[in-house]
Design a protein around this ligand. Structure first.
Ligand code: C2E
Ligand code: CA
Ligand code: CA
Length: 690
């Protein structure tokens, strides 16, 4: 037996160190890990990776016995030896009943004894597991007897199905006699071609076994997935004369999501189809479809691992289920997408009520791998009573409403209305046009100057993209950047900006002496940061124009970091290494987690306009800016205030020692020509001290 890894759950450091001491003399033990509390112990057991567990009976807020029971209830089978303080026959028996392999009294055992007890516990568990497995196999074999049986004399078209085969479909022999046509009629039309080709392949001898998955109509109107298997009997010439085999009901596996046990997409569509069929029969019958997406699933999945992501999905499913009635269907469509079918729901108010209940249920943190995790969700609702002529349309409407809920700030629900469809189409059109905009040279780079607060000298620009649309004129980025982000086009837009800015800077530096000290900020997107070779592309663009590395800076937002902190930190570190400064944009609006800020290699941060614009005198907004500036300075970061529109704000910023300011007070974003004029007017004057 290779060395055992043993988890010690004990709230007393002394006892742990005692075990640690003993372990040095235990040949079977290769490693110890220590959980100090009930929660830590449970988390460690859930995470797995130990061969055995040594558990103290007395734990912080509970007992080792309770912890063991909880673990066993969750299906965790780690062999466990209990440690008790004094010999108590009752406690010992309880421990064994709870599933402990053995028990020892603290201070009464040697390294030798502990070593042996642990080894036996593990060995016993392993043989129990093996027994369990063979029992399971046996049970499966028995279950196989549940299959239907069929026999087909190919030459005479004689077909026999056992009564069990009919039961799978809820039918009697009177309803479906033993003939080919009767059965064929029940097969889903989409599955017939595959069934025929599977049959043909086997009859012709191309496959050693016949196997086909197909849907048959159940008596209640639903589709039942069956796995048909069989083999041919052949005559001397190898011609198949007869085929026989079994049919197995695999509906559950096909129609259920394995992780959550909820209906899957197939089953959801089936139920939705039936709801529409019912509506056709009973015009008064209405229903609602809700799409639900978790807002922060990727954060969990990437941050804590897929195992954690899966655990979260299961818990989310259970909480949503508790908000529903028996006639409602909750399905998992895939990833973190769920769908609900609410029968009998007619009005936006009724659907909204259910949605609010769900949002509320998801508010409290989930416990995932021993940590609190906030999931949050967005919901899109479509009502059969308000359009949605068929399943496809209704699903599309719910999806449109969901996108709206997300872009409206997440954590909310949105009911679909027909104008949304037109807008969604408009957005789609704009997105298609944007695809061509780069090629057609329709993008423009605008520049907004950034000034030093202390001496009002020009220190640089922020580059802001515009789209010169052939029909609609100049389009602001707020209208197309979100679309570009969804489709991934944003990467092209941002790369284009990088080229435009570096080319422009090269020109200015040649002709305008003042341009040499400038830094131009370029906005980066998450997609760009995630794309392979991003750092190399930035450096190539800068080097191509012979610019110093500090001539451009990149602006990122908090949201970009939050989703995958490790990866983004590595990208930022590479940029710093190469001498390209990065600043945090829109600071204060995002997750504002101060805890990670000091770990990021940043050069500065930009206080969001929403704070600056509310800062018309001493008050909460000014206090917030003061705190941000103080924090930034303590981390060695320079601060730029965005959206400065009046002198009062400038005075406050000056008093707070904020370094830079940008806003309509100085200038709106202007085109390259405008920026050049600005630079020229500055040529005679002193440039700002960065
Ligand atoms: P942002 O990065 O926060 O840019 C600042 C926005 O505030 C700009 O809007 C600017 O015109 C506006 N602004 C500046 N000073 C004032 C002021 O005093 N008052 C008011 N009310 N507004 C002011 P713009 O150019 O419409 O850009 C909007 C957003 O679009 C940007 O916000 C940025 O998130 C995004 N964006 C712009 N250009 C790019 C780009 O090249 N790439 C990417 N990925 N995003 C971009
Ligand atoms: Ca920006
Ligand atoms: Ca900003």
């Amino acid at each position: 037996m290779p060395g055992l890894r043993v988890l010690v759950v004990d709230d007393n450091p002394l006892s742990f160190h005692m075990v640690e001491e003993l372990a040095t003399q235990m040949p079977n033990v290769s490693g110890l890990s220590w959980a100090r509390t009930y929660d830590e112990g449970l988390a460690a057991l859930r995470a797995g990776g130990q061969d055995a567990c040594l558990m103290d009976h007395v734990l912080d807020r509970s007992t080792g016995l309770d912890l063991l029971r909880q673990a066993r209830a969750e299906g965790i089978r780690t062999p466990t030896v209990m440690l008790t303080c004094a010999r108590s026959g009752e406690l010992d028996m309880e421990a064994i009943r709870a599933g402990a392999a053995d028990f020892l009294v603290k201070g009464e055992f040697s390294a030798d004894v502990l070593d042996r007890v642990l080894r036996y516990a593990v060995e016993r568990q392993r043989s129990a597991d093996r027994l369990h497995e063979s029992e399971e196999r046996y049970a499966l074999a028995l279950l196989g007897a549940n299959d239907g049986i069929w026999d087909w004399k190919i030459t005479s078209r004689d077909l026999y199905f056992s009564s069990r085969s009919r039961e799978l479909l809820g039918l009697t022999e009177a309803e479906i006699p033993n003939d080919v046509e009767g059965w064929q009629k029940r097969v889903h039309p989409d599955d017939l071609p595959r069934l025929f080709s599977d049959l043909k392949a086997h009859v012709k001898g191309h496959t050693p076994l016949f196997e086909s998955e197909l849907r048959l109509r159940h008596r209640d109107g639903s589709w039942c997935w069956l796995l048909a298997r069989g083999a041919a009997v052949r005559d001397r010439d190898g011609r198949a004369t007869r085929m026989a085999g079994s049919v197995t009901d695999i509906t559950h596996g096909r129609a259920r999501d394995h992780l959550t046990g909820l209906p899957n997409r197939t089953l959801f569509h089936d139920r939705l189809g039936r709801a529409f069929a019912r509506k056709a029969r009973e015009p008064a019958f209405e229903f609602a479809v809700i799409f639900l997406d978790l807002d922060r699933f990727n954060v969990v999945n990437e941050g804590l691992g897929h195992h954690a992501g899966d655990a979260l999905l299961v818990q989310v499913a259970r909480r949503i289920e508790r908000c529903l009635r028996e006639t409602d269907t909750l399905a998992r469509l895939g990833g973190d997408e769920f769908a609900l079918l609410l029968e009998g729901v007619r009005t936006p108010e009724e659907a909204g009520q259910v949605s609010r209940r769900i949002l509320e249920a998801l508010e409290a943190p989930f416990e995932v791998v021993g940590r609190p995790v906030y999931a949050g969700a967005s919901l899109g609702i479509a009502l059969s009573a308000e359009g949605g002529s068929g399943p496809q349309e209704l699903l599309r409407d719910a999806d449109t409403a969901l996108s709206r809920a997300k872009s409206g700030g997440r954590g909310r629900h949105q009911v679909f209305t027909p104008p949304m469809h037109a807008q969604a189409l408009g957005a789609l059109q704009l997105e298609n046009e944007l695809r061509l905009a780069v090629e057609r040279q329709e993008l423009r780079c605008f520049y907004q100057p950034i000034f030093s607060v202390k001496d009002r000298g020009l220190v640089g620009f922020e580059a802001l993209v515009r789209w010169m649309h052939p029909e609609q004129g100049l389009i602001a980025p707020d209208r197309f950047i979100p679309l570009a982000e969804q489709s991934g086009l944003v990467q092209q837009v941002d790369d284009w900006m990088l080229q435009a800015v570096t080319a422009q800077l090269e020109g200015w530096r040649r002709t305008l002496p003042g341009a040499r000290a400038l830094t131009v900020n370029v906005n980066a997107s998450k997609r760009q940061l995630d794309s392979a070779g991003f750092v190399e592309r930035v450096l190539a663009a800068v080097d191509l124009r012979g610019l110093p590395r500090g001539a451009i800076a990149l602006e990122i937002t908090e949201g970009m970091v939050f989703e995958s902190p490790e990866r983004i930190t590595a990208v930022l570190a590479a940029l710093r290494e190469a001498g390209v400064p990065v600043v945090m944009d829109d600071f204060g609006t995002g997750y504002s987690s101060l805890s990670y800020l000091h770990r990021l290699p940043l050069a500065g941060l930009k206080v969001d306009r929403s704070f600056v614009s509310r800062m018309d005198g001493p008050g909460p907004a000014a206090e917030a800016v003061k705190a941000i500036v103080a924090l930034a300075h303590s981390l060695g970061l320079k601060v730029t205030a965005e959206g400065v529109e009046n002198e009062a704000q400038m005075d406050l910023l000056d008093a707070l020692h904020c370094e830079h300011a940008q806003g309509y007070l100085f200038s709106r974003p202007v085109d390259a020509q405008g920026a050049e004029e600005l630079l020229q007017s500055w040529a005679g004057r002193r440039l700002g001290t960065g």
